[in-house]
Design a protein around this ligand. Sequence first.
Ligand SMILES: Cc1ncc(COP(=O)(O)O)c(C=O)c1O
Length: 378
Amino acid sequence: MTGQNNIHIPLVDLGAQYRSIKNEIDAAIANVIARSAYVGGTFVEQFEREFAAAVGAKHCIGVGNGTDALLITLKALGVGAGDEVIVPANTFIATAEVVSALGAHVVFVDVREDDFCLDVDLVRKKITKKTKVIIPVHLYGMPASMDQLLALAREHGILILEDTAQAHLATYNKRTVGTLGVAGTFSFYPGKNLGAYGDAGAIVTNDGELATKCRMFANHGRAKDEKYDHQIEGCNSRLDGLQAAVLSVKLKHLPEWTKKRRAVAKKYTELLRDVPELVPPKTFAERESAYHLYVVRAKERDALRMHLKEEGIEAGVHYPIGLPYLNAYRHLELNKPDDFPVTYRLQSEILSLPIYAELSDPDLLRITDTIKNFYRVS
Ligand SMILES: Cc1ncc(COP(=O)(O)O)c(C=O)c1O
């Protein structure tokens, strides 16, 4: 039973965000319709320019979604049969399934307990002559150990492709993630920190040749502006005008929203300091998380989640099953607890608490009080 007078607190509140920018969004959508600029064209080009500038990359290619962004970039990098690609064991399946889709081998590596991202020492052990790309995922918005990964990749002549789906405007040593490796891929799925009103994604890179290849592959292998002159076989994965216009409006607000997410995270950590049953996300001097999710490690996680639900508070688990433990990867026969001990343990400990720019102080306090009440901390 939801506690009396307790209004539901969702994990993500897209309605609250829309209400805060309704006039701008409605005008932008009307403008696209008035100009019939639905696929490609001025709104897409404008967003690509703005997003490249926002992250500090030379090129941005808008695509259909974050999964395609990964697939197209790997394809443009020449990944195919016989290649190995290193992927974290704890991430969303998209990071891994694109590797298999290209006929290459997914090589899972466990994550660190303190940042939930790739463990570089373990990555080193999995490198072989066939390793072509490492895909660090800046999970929950927290940048992975990029200096160490880039040094390791240089040493072995391997490429780093950053899966930045959850980390818009996160920084590592003051540089925006997604621009540190050969390319970065973004998802603009509605619930992401920068979310479209449907599926959308982007690739950013400083490599002009790679950008041209990605753009060509994403648009039926077309040479620019040549509708029926196909240089290669590609696919159809384009950002559409409506999504681009929505994203341009939201991008203006993203720095402020990111600041607010960071402030919410800081308050959570302060308010939950005295709860020994919880481990809050760690902070690092050289990294600034975008806090796509605020993930704690909790004793009695499932009971706590149920208690929050009964009090009208939605919490999530990202992800309840580590990738090697999914049926989809059963054939790899790497699904014993000891194969990926951190990922295995996190499955039963991690809990994502509500976080968004519009989360009010009273709601935040209600969430932390409810948690304290569950553990009976006064
Ligand atoms: C880490 C990660 N990679 C890739 C993706 C795929 O993005 P999309 O849903 O836009 O295809 C997501 C989205 O959930 C993600 O969280």
